[in-house]
Design a protein around this ligand. Sequence first.
Ligand code: HEC
Ligand code: HEC
Length: 246
Amino acid sequence: MKPLFLHRLAVCILVASSAALAADKKPAAIDVSKIPLPVPRKVDFEKEVYPMLKESCFSCHGAEKQKGKYRCDTKAGAFKDTDYGPTIVPGKSEQSSLIHMVCGLVDEMLMPPPSDKPGKSEKLTPEQIGILRAWIDQGAVWPDGAIADYVKPVTFDTDIKPLFATACGSCHSGAEARGGFQSDSLAAVLKGGKSYGASVNAATPAKSPLLTIVSGLDEDLPLPEKHKLPPKSVELVRKWIQQGAK
Ligand code: HEC
Ligand code: HEC
């Protein structure tokens, strides 16, 4: 009699406590099928995850501001229990409220919050969410101590070429390129066009005519609107030149 009774009691307590848990932590009605899949590879926290949080979250959740009393620039702050459930559940990205928020699955809590300023507070891409998920699923390992400031290499072929193909290619490719400036190869971009000549100054990036042009600040050039890139892309061009325009 006794063991059976105890067993039943244990089951009761278990059921009651898990029900209480479910009621009080409410990743209620989160449709996990809407979350982009984790990337199918090992992710690197210092190179991929931390820089992403830095770019998209630290302006509101870093050393200076802690909106919603949350900061994710430190290990101690990042793993927080919120009204929407714990932000990061190691091994279980689909139960992590941070993932629900970046996917816009928690009412009024899309992170980063939508902004009407272009280039500010942009939604994470499915690829970025996949990286965050994979990191959490792989144990959400956050090394103790300071995180090295990782600078992602920016190269012509991987970053600038696709950007220029979309934004400049219609006028600046082939023999008919406007102003003799071809935007489709590294050599041609470094060579420059008829009147500006070499428009990249790797030694003093700020003095590169190309940077002035894509910032929309060159008043002598025709079609300024066609030459102005969004702030994030200008930043990419700046980094590319700063790193030696390779
Ligand atoms: C422009 C500012 C801004 C940015 C950028 C931003 N957030 Fe937030 N975040 C907020 C505000 C404001 C709140 C509080 C919202 C509320 O409680 O209604 C919040 C709340 C949160 C919370 C809930 C904290 C709690 O305890 O309730 C989490 C988690 C969070 N943000 C994660 C992120 C992550 C991850 C990123 C980057 C991917 C991010 N946020 C980017 C403004 C921002
Ligand atoms: C809609 C067409 C158009 C687009 C798109 C365009 N440009 Fe131009 N670009 C021009 C014209 C027209 C000129 C002036 C050519 C001339 O002086 O004859 C010019 C001139 C230039 C020059 C100066 C060339 C010289 O004479 O030395 C550079 C550099 C340049 N563009 C870069 C870009 C870059 C980078 C982009 C993409 C971000 C871009 N342009 C997008 C039409 C365009």
